[in-house]
Design a protein around this ligand. Structure first.
Ligand code: C5P
Length: 221
């Protein structure tokens, strides 16, 4: 078999959380470590792809052979994905914040009255949905879904709503969010137009290798 089936192909991967500033010293974030997305970027590069990894704030080494673009906010991530086009495939693994804050220019001070400040939240762009609807849409668009209940029903609905070809769903029910987000293992279901494929609980690197192989098969079919 061809050891570098993705040679000549460009794949965009998003990974990690986003940080949404509240003021110059504070931000809103989530528990994403970036591990699954970084592993996927590395596995795609190992198959010969040119990989643009758009990374939120994480503490991880750049996988071998991967071009990394660091961003902070969802809006910066959206712009970096757009700037990286065209691509043959996109794998959106980032845990993008749903909202940003109408951020203050100066550090918010405690009020003498003790009244807490109100944060005005505004919606972030949906990077996956925007890309899937774009005239420059990659041939294969893969999204992720972390669900705490009705994993397959929600992932199937998300696939249609976002216009993704595949949704990789992970079950983060019953406190599993804390072990999956930041942890070393993941158990996922691949939701496609043909149905659902459930993978066993695997190290994130193994999930990455299997997904990269599946992407290579889809792009070279
Ligand atoms: O709607 P939800 O956040 O559950 O969707 C998750 C999927 O959508 C992931 O693939 C994530 O990277 C992507 N997403 C995005 N931009 C957003 C929100 C989610 O690309 N603003």
């Amino acid at each position: 078999a061809d050891a570098r089936p993705l040679a000549g192909r460009h794949v965009i991967v998003t990974a990690g959380p986003t940080h949404e500033p509240i003021d110059p010293v504070r931000y809103i974030a989530n528990r994403s470590s970036g591990r699954q997305g970084f592993a996927i970027a590395g596995a795609l590069a190992a198959l010969g792809a040119r990989v643009t990894l758009v990374a939120g704030p994480v503490v991880l080494p750049t996988p071998a052979g991967v071009d990394r673009v660091d961003v902070e906010t969802a809006r910066e991530m959206a712009a970096a994905v757009d700037a990286a086009l065209p691509a043959d495939a996109a794998v959106m693994v980032a845990a993008v914040a749903d909202w940003h804050v109408a951020a203050a220019d100066q550090k918010i001070k405690k009020q003498p009255s003790g009244a807490p400040p109100a944060l005005a939240l505004a919606e972030n762009p949906d990077i996956l949905a925007t890309l899937a609807a774009s005239p420059r849409r990659p041939a294969l668009v893969v999204g992720f879904a972390a669900e705490t209940e009705q994993v397959l029903a929600h992932a199937t609905a998300k696939r249609a709503r976002k216009g993704a070809d595949w949704i990789v769903a992970n079950d983060v029910s019953g406190g599993k969010g804390e072990s999956v987000m930041g942890g070393a293992r993941n158990s996922v279901h691949i939701v496609t137009a043909d149905g659902v494929e459930s993978w066993p609980d695997l190290p994130k690197e193994a999930v990455a290798t299997r997904l990269a192989d599946r992407i290579a098969a889809a792009l070279t079919a």
